[in-house]
Design a protein around this ligand. Structure first.
Ligand code: MN
Length: 246
């Protein structure tokens, strides 16, 4: 797959060993791991034939398979549609770049000068890609079983944590609060504007206000109506996709 003769000796042994230590795996073919760290901009500057992109392509599939399997184990009752939505969220750039950051993957990257200067080591798009390429390399060097074991040991707990905090799958109110605090230095205000129906079958309408914007939500409980109003507010703010698809 790669030109085997290409000289990648600029990658220092100590650096490689440190990354292997963080992954908990020692590569048989060090060249694979080296390749996984080379960004297009660096390859271009050094006139190298290959960068990490083919490994990234492969790693994308490897991670997709690992995550799919973990999802069906964790959510045996969820249907295919929802499982794919959750998977799409978990293998997206924001999630994978968090996993990459958890082992400081950015430090090990080889970037071209321009990319380096513009803070490429911190860019979530690059971190996501290099995370995938490392898993492509792990798969080729160690096989699927081992790659899965490494993922489960090092990244799965954080991945579940990310999912727990995910807006779309859980708590719109908390997510909205986080956003408004951060972006607008204010908290969303909720108030019940209507409660109709008999005691055992009430329907609440709750209004959510953030600055000039108001949205409403209906629900069987006050809490459910607030969640709905918060979800509508997230859509109004453009944070959550309003089309109902992820
Ligand atoms: Mn990618």
């Amino acid at each position: 797959m790669f030109s085997p003769k290409e000289d990648l000796d600029f990658v220092k042994e100590e650096k490689l060993a440190e990354l292997e230590r963080r992954l908990g795996y020692s590569f048989k073919d060090k060249g694979l791991l080296k390749r996984a760290l080379i960004h297009r901009s660096f390859a271009f500057e050094r006139d190298l034939k290959e960068n990490y992109e083919v490994l990234e392509f492969l790693g994308d599939a490897v991670i997709g398979l690992i995550v799919s399997e973990e999802l069906i184990k964790r959510f045996p009752d969820k249907r295919e549609g929802e499982l794919s939505q959750i998977r799409a969220f978990l293998v997206s750039e924001p999630s994978l770049s968090k996993l990459a950051k958890s082992i400081g993957l950015g430090e090990f990257l080889y970037l071209g000068k321009g990319e380096k200067r513009s803070g490429g080591k911190e860019k979530s798009s690059i971190l996501c890609d290099v995370f995938e390429s490392v898993f492509g390399a792990l798969y080729l060097d160690a096989g699927f079983e081992k790659a899965r074991e490494i993922f489960k040991k090092n990244f799965l707990p954080l991945m579940w944590e990310i999912l727990e905090r995910a807006p779309t799958y859980k708590d719109f109110k908390s997510y909205l609060q986080e956003i408004t605090q951060r972006e607008y230095k204010t908290l969303p205000q909720y108030r019940i504007v209507k409660a109709v129906g008999p005691e055992h079958d009430k329907e609440f309408t709750v209004e959510c206000r953030v600055g000039e914007l108001t949205t409403t939500g209906k629900g069987k409980t006050k809490k459910a109506a607030e969640q709905k109003a918060a979800e509508e507010m997230l859509k109004a703010l453009g944070v959550v996709d309003g089309s109902g698809e992820s």
